[in-house]
Design a protein around this ligand. Structure first.
Ligand code: BGC
Length: 756
């Protein structure tokens, strides 16, 4: 599994020589210009040597609109609307590596089309706790699934001569107190859970850049963390790409300069005051920090620039990209279709038959809601966004009466929460050290009392606002509920479209609980009373409790699925497309069932100890034998699949690579796709290990009646755990059960293989 750095180096030897030549010509001012923001989204250029600035843009769901260079305000042009792609959580639910590649390709091509060099995506943090506000931007709770999707995504991006910037390295598990929170994690958990996707991203995906996270790990900020950056990333993984700080994640000049963190970006327009600007220049001049530290950073940036053909003899061949192409929209639609997850279809109510419907009632705010413009830095100025209601209307046409009512009341965002999330967060937090670094202030402001007071006030205000909102919601809902119950009368079908929105799934905040907001549970109960066959559909970025789930016959889940959400939604409801998404995270029945509910849930200040270790998500539910509402890997289809004939082949007896083969057959009447999942379960492990872990998967398309033999390979690493004594992965000899199935609980085939 070692990255072949030698070969890579050979072919790039010439480049390395060129880098050295350029470096020799540069003075300190020019080097310094390259390693910090000279605009909110770009570094400084060195015109004399024809080195351009590095232009960055968010984010995972599409290329963000243009901002003023010195203010967090969109310029407001009419030429920066883009293809709005499904969120990373949606892509992950497709369990389709080819689709991850295609989505990455669209993102990269659009980024290049918009003249960008670095696209700040994908988000590959592990979803430890369902309440983390940025979960919608991340892929999965599982490291292997995240890794297997991140790699093709990155490749897709980068083949457009644009760098992916995988984020946020590492252990960025919550939003509350995000700039200062200390994630305390043990070595085994770090290596088994929180690092593998990043390792795969840089070694297999070849990510040209990586974003250092805001938080601390074990007492040191990520962008100043020697263990994380120098030892793990550079030494162990052999990474020679560029590390870019999250915006405002550098706190101390010397510490950040001395680790292999290359580019400091931040949120203030006083670019010369960035730690890697005048303060670092000063420190080099007076001998506190050697200039070689700066040289190394410049080397990493120049290397990326050569790879991107921004400079050098190949510059004229650099791809130009494009945005808003028809092909991009097709990929957005396809990805949306494959991402939606049919959680329940007890009476086979879905798909609906268009011909049988004269009147349909659509109820719920998310039917008509536009989500692209929210969520924090992942916001998108979409070319368009088809809402579920629009999708249903355009699918059914004018002969069907589509009655829409919002069903429940959603208060406006509080005034403090303006359209421009990042700017607002600065205005509010500037001057305290709970926010971004203090402008012109001390390196690490330490006024604890002031900080606590500011926090207390902020929390008090929030609580007051929430109380007011709840009263208002309750009052207004009397009318809204009545309207909903009226609307269903005489309807052939009733579709509820609710869930979350970016007031809940957002950068900078964590949810307080896992319940549906705005009294939706009450409304759903009412609807199910009068229409037990109401089709419940939910849109959100992270799991919600569904206390009514036993009563509902039909439940469909969608993450934020991009500009084509509504069309994909209608395609699935009316059977144009057979659903094939599967949960990339566990949906607990109650938040209290989660390991994190008892142990450091998202939303606490100060430090967060990951003392649940490996046991969160399905690893925890397995261990405690708690049944979730919907398990990891779950998702239904309009057809059925049968599994048979498991065979396990070790090249020679006891060898470390195992070929797992079995046959999947579509036994139903419709074409469909099945995600087959392979888990490894150590039979009698010498050390504490999760009952089973996902190790590989494939998505298989099958016509009705057809079958296919699937062969997947497990490597030694798939049997291994991180042994802290040897500081490496160890696969102990012994028996391992190989489980193949349709979800983490729906295991269809079992076999044993023995490692010698
Ligand atoms: C976010 C990053 C984002 C950056 C630039 C930060 O607040 O954490 O994910 O890429 O801003 O907008």
């Amino acid at each position: 599994m070692k990255f072949d750095m030698k070969n890579e180096r050979k072919s790039e030897k010439k480049t390395e020589n060129q880098i050295e030549k350029l470096l020799k010509k540069m003075n300190l001012d020019e080097k310094i210009a390259m390693i910090h923001g000279a605009g909110l989204f770009q570094t400084g250029a060195v015109d004399r040597l024809e080195i351009p600035p590095l232009k960055c843009s968010d984010g995972p769901m599409g290329v963000r609109c243009e901002f003023h260079n010195e203010r967090w305000i969109p310029i407001g042009n009419n030429d920066d609307n883009v293809t709005y792609l499904p969120s990373n959580s949606a892509i992950a639910s497709s369990w389709n590596t080819e689709l991850a590649y295609q989505t990455g390709h669209v993102l990269g091509e659009e980024a290049r089309g918009r003249g960008k060099d670095v696209i700040l995506a994908p988000g590959i943090n592990i979803k430890r706790d369902p309440l983390c506000g940025r979960n919608f931007e991340y892929m999965s709770e599982d490291p292997k699934l995240t890794a297997m999707l991140a790699v093709p995504f990155i490749k897709g991006v980068q083949e457009n001569d644009v760098a992916a910037c995988v984020k946020h390295f590492a252990c960025n598990v919550q939003e509350t107190d995000r700039l200062m929170v200390d994630t305390i994690v043990d070595e085994r958990t770090l290596y088994e859970i929180y690092l593998p996707a990043f390792k795969a991203a840089v070694q297999q995906g070849g990510s040209y850049s990586l974003m250092g996270a805001y938080n601390m790990i074990n007492g040191t900020h990520c962008c100043e963390n020697k263990t994380l950056l120098d030892f793990i990333l550079r030494q162990e993984w052999g990474y020679d790409g560029t590390v870019i700080s999250d915006w405002g994640a550098v706190h101390k000049t010397k510490e950040a300069a001395e680790v292999t963190m290359d580019v400091e970006m931040s949120v203030f327009p006083d670019f010369d005051q960035y730690k890697f600007a005048d303060p670092l220049k000063e420190a080099v001049r007076n001998g506190e920090i050697p200039e070689t530290a700066v040289d190394n950073k410049v080397r990493n940036i120049l290397r990326m620039m050569f790879r991107l053909k921004m400079i050098g003899k190949d510059a004229h061949t650099r791809k130009a990209g494009t945005y808003n192409s028809t092909g991009h929209r097709k990929t957005a639609l396809h990805a949306a279709q494959e991402s939606m997850i049919l959680l329940k279809n007890k009476t086979d109510k879905l798909p609906l038959d268009k011909k049988k419907i004269r009147k349909i009632a659509v109820i719920g705010q998310n039917a008509a809601k536009i989500h692209s413009d929210g969520g924090g830095s992942a916001e998108i100025k979409a070319l368009y966004e088809i809402s579920p209601l629009m999708g249903i209307r355009t699918f059914l046409g004018g002969n069907t009466d589509v009655v829409y009512v919002p069903g429940y009341f959603v208060p406006d965002k509080p005034k403090t929460f303006s359209n421009n999330w990042q700017e607002t967060s600065l205005d509010e937090l500037e001057g305290t050290d709970i926010g971004f670094a203090v402008e012109n202030g001390p390196e690490e402001s330490g006024n604890e009392q002031e900080k606590m007071e500011a926090l207390r006030k902020e929390e008090q205000q929030k609580a007051l606002q929430k109380e007011k909102d709840n009263e208002l919601i309750h009052e207004k809902n009397k009318k809204y509920f009545a309207q909903a119950l009226e609307a269903v009368k005489g309807a052939d079908e009733v579709i509820f479209v609710g869930g979350l929105n970016h007031d809940y799934d957002s950068e900078g905040l964590d949810r307080e609980n896992m319940r549906l907001p705005y009294e939706q549970d009450m409304l759903i109960e009412e609807l199910l009373k009068v229409r037990p066959d109401t089709i419940i559909t939910l849109i959100g970025g992270s799991p919600v409790e569904m206390p009514w789930r036993d009563k509902a016959e039909t439940i469909l889940w969608s993450y934020y699925a991009g500009m084509e959400t509504g069309n994909a939604f209608a395609d699935i409801l009316f059977g144009e497309v057979n659903p094939s998404g599967k949960l990339a995270e566990t949906f607990p029945a109650r938040y209290e069932d989660c390991a994190t509910a008892k142990n450091g849930q998202s939303g606490i200040h100060g430090s967060i100890r990951l003392s649940e270790g490996l046991y969160y998500g399905y690893r925890h539910f397995d261990k405690e034998r708690i049944a979730p509402a919907f398990c990891f890997g779950h998702g239904l289809s309009y057809t059925r699949f049968a599994y048979s004939g498991l065979s396990l082949k070790q090249e020679k007896e006891g060898s470390e690579s195992v070929k797992v083969s079995f046959t999947v057959k579509n036994t139903g009447k419709r074409a469909g796709a099945e995600v087959v999942q392979v888990y490894v379960a150590p039979v009698a492990p010498k050390v504490d290990r999760p009952a089973k872990e996902l190790k590989t998967f494939a998505k298989v398309n099958l016509l009705p009646g057809k079958s296919q033999k699937v062969t997947l390979t497990l490597t030694k690493r798939d049997f291994a755990y991180f042994d802290v004594d040897i500081h490496g992965f160890a696969a102990d000899p012994g028996d391992y059960e190989i489980l193949a199935g349709a979800s983490s609980e729906d295991i269809r085939l079992r076999g044993i293989c023995t490692l010698l």
